[in-house]
Design a protein around this ligand. Structure first.
Ligand code: MG
Length: 309
């Protein structure tokens, strides 16, 4: 049963008792109160500990997040969801990181990489210049990826090409779901290559709320991996996510080279007016159907390109 534990201030617990007045049940020994809502059973103890258990404990718990007692050992994080913020020991130890590229680009696939970095490889990767790929030029990203791949670094790279992407999109998959599933399988692949005792856990460069991620995974009858953490801008904090980001980005660049070659001209990245022009050019020379093999056709760029015909 999912549960959430908070340590709350005494005045917050008093406010809660009033708030849940109509749903109070007889409290177990040592408890201040117990309440039952459709989302969760809430049990508050004299120590300040409050337990939320049930089908959706977060829905109740988050109402009281402002009343949390300051904890001296609170892990450093940049997210709102503390239970999914990575502990310092993860960032400093062996861990799996994953990231994707191409999601905001009209042309080209989504590429997703998961990478396992051992604790004793962190310094070496730093020396090789593995850092946030957003701050690197395309050329140095390619070079750094090559350097990473000469090392003994287990990784998995998944490429969701446009044809399949468009098929899934028409079947009702959101881009968020596609990303979640790609990350999940990339991580599964890496986990199968390593001994789980070597890793402190898994860190995803956060693109959606962890609860939403979990739902996407469950919708394909899969289960979220243990010891999974989420963090925005994770590539700036985790060497494994930074390496994953570089491998995913390099793969995206290669795919774009390939697509440009078969299109007969350089396809622009992003989703700007230049992209509309390029899409219009493909429609004109090869027909609209052909876009399916080059682009994420549900983007507004398709309509804009058609208006140019
Ligand atoms: Mg990312």
């Amino acid at each position: 049963m999912p549960q959430q534990v908070y340590k709350l201030l005494p005045e917050t617990i008093e406010t809660m008792k009033t708030y849940y007045m109509k749903t109070l049940q007889s409290p177990p020994q040592g408890a201040v109160f117990r309440a039952k809502t459709p989302n969760a059973v809430i049990t508050a103890y004299k120590s300040g500990k409050v337990l939320f258990q049930g089908s959706d404990p977060e829905a109740e718990a988050e109402k009281w997040a402002d009343g949390k007692q300051a904890s001296p050992k609170k892990p450093k994080n940049n997210g709102k969801n503390n239970s999914f913020a990575p502990p310092e020991t993860l960032l400093a130890g062996g861990h799996i990181g994953s990231d994707e590229a191409g999601t905001g680009d009209y042309f080209g696939p989504i590429t997703t990489a998961a990478v396992f970095v051992k604790k004793n490889q962190i310094e070496l990767l730093k020396e090789l210049g593995v850092k946030d790929s957003k701050n690197l030029s395309d050329d140095s990203i390619r070079q750094t990826a090559q350097n990473i791949l000469t090392l003994d670094i287990p990784y998995s790279l998944l490429v969701l090409r446009n044809e399949k992407y468009n098929k899934l999109q028409k079947r009702g998959w959101s881009q968020g779901k596609m990303k979640a599933i790609l990350h999940h399988y990339a991580i599964t692949n890496v986990k199968s290559k390593i001994d789980s005792s070597e890793t402190e856990g898994i860190l995803i460069d956060q693109f959606c709320e962890p609860a939403v991620y979990k739902r996407h995974i469950a919708s394909e009858n899969e289960q979220m991996h243990d010891r999974m953490f989420f963090m925005t801008k994770a590539e700036s904090y985790s060497i494994a996510v930074a390496a994953a980001s570089i491998i995913a980005r390099t793969s995206f660049l290669k795919e774009m080279d390939h697509l440009s070659k078969i299109a007969g001209f350089t396809l622009p990245k992003g989703a700007s007016g230049k992209v509309d022009q390029a899409a219009a050019r493909i429609i004109k020379s090869r027909g609209q159907e052909e876009l399916n093999n080059y682009a994420k056709t549900h983007f507004a760029n398709t309509k804009k390109a058609l208006n140019r015909q």
